[in-house]
Design a protein around this ligand. Structure first.
Ligand SMILES: Cc1cc2nc3c(=O)[nH]c(=O)nc-3n(C[C@H](O)[C@H](O)[C@H](O)COP(=O)(O)OP(=O)(O)OC[C@H]3O[C@@H](n4cnc5c(N)ncnc54)[C@H](O)[C@@H]3O)c2cc1C
Length: 288
């Protein structure tokens, strides 16, 4: 995946975006963000697993986190990827692992988000999510770049689901996804409008300040409070400001040794090279 240079660049930036290799690194970050009034979404890095040993160890890490979040009373949710819990083996295996985590989290009052991955996993992910809405502690990510997403959003809101709205991070074919940034942002904006009108709990997960500004205006107008979400290491200082101004701010904190795929996605986010360099140079107010 990529040249030696790409790998070197990914390693360089990974340190800013990722808590560390161990679950305890994520717990340390959770404490640091919590102390600034920010909640976290903890994700054990790793995807497209076919190895039962890797899947089992991922599930164990999430169980470890559930125990510690509860014991330490952290403001933390989990965010899990279907393809790290068995999707590439079978939907049955995925459901078994996912529900194990959801049930343990529910007992401890912890929320579990389902990440959304490539377009060919969307049906399975949504079906799985539907089967877990009844637990009351689950949410799902929906990507505005997919042509189908507006319909998915409407259906899921009707079903009582909790949505985390993002633009989308994977390279997808034209027939599945809008390609222009302007179109993806337009869709994001109208999908956000729908959530404010029809949903009760949802997360606006973006670093796009125009979209965050719109969310804040809609909060005032609708008297609804959205959760705001950002990724660790991209706009930490802005996140602190938003939390201090009273917003329900959440930061996605990934950890684990399998950091390469995640770092590539951040690195290749179109047109961001200079921003990445800038964010590397800038001292951020939270070391987390
Ligand atoms: C909490 C959270 C959870 C997410 N979960 C998922 C998921 O489950 N599935 C999925 O496909 N995607 C997920 N994403 C990623 C998302 O899809 C986008 O890829 C990512 O957020 C960048 O898009 P944007 O909305 O910030 O807008 P953009 O228009 O891409 O960026 C807006 C501005 O943010 C800043 N910025 C964005 N990215 C970077 C960067 N890498 N380096 C420096 N500056 C940057 C820049 O100032 C840029 O102009 C998640 C994002 C967040 C915040």
């Amino acid at each position: 995946m990529g040249s030696i240079l790409d790998r070197a660049a990914a390693r360089l930036v990974a340190g800013r975006w990722i808590a560390g290799t161990r679950a305890d690194d994520a717990i340390r970050d959770a404490k640091a963000f919590n102390s600034r009034g920010i909640r976290v979404l903890l994700n054990n890095l790793g995807e497209a697993y076919r190895s039962p040993a890797k899947i089992d160890s991922t599930v164990s890490n999430y169980m470890y986190l559930i125990n510690n979040i509860s014991k330490m009373k952290l403001g933390a949710a989990l965010s899990v990827k279907p393809s790290q819990l068995g999707l590439r083996i079978s939907e049955k295996e995925l459901e078994r692992n996912y529900l194990k985590i959801v049930r343990a989290a529910e007992k401890n009052g912890i929320f579990v988000w389902l990440d959304m991955e490539e377009h060919d996993t969307v049906d399975s992910t949504i079906d799985l999510y539907r089967r877990s809405i009844k637990y009351g502690n689950t949410g799902i990510c929906i990507q505005s770049y997919l042509r189908r997403s507006m319909e998915d959003e409407k259906q899921l809101v009707e079903d009582g689901g909790t949505i985390r709205l993002v633009k989308g991070a994977y390279t997808e074919p034209r027939n599945m996804a809008f390609q222009s940034r302007a179109e993806v942002t337009r869709r994001y904006s109208s999908m956000m409008g729908y959530l404010f009108e029809h949903a009760s709990a949802f997360m606006i997960a973006t670093h796009d300040m125009r979209m965050i500004g719109k969310a804040m205006r809609l909060e005032k107008r609708s008297k609804k409070r959205a959760m705001l979400g950002m990724l660790k290491g991209i706009m930490n200082r802005k996140a602190v400001e938003l939390a201090e101004s009273g917003e329900d701010m959440n930061i996605y904190v990934p950890f684990g040794p399998d950091w390469i795929a995640y770092s590539y996605r951040r690195l290749t986010e179109a047109g961001h090279t200079s921003l990445i360099l800038r964010s590397l140079m800038k001292r951020q107010s939270i070391s987390a």
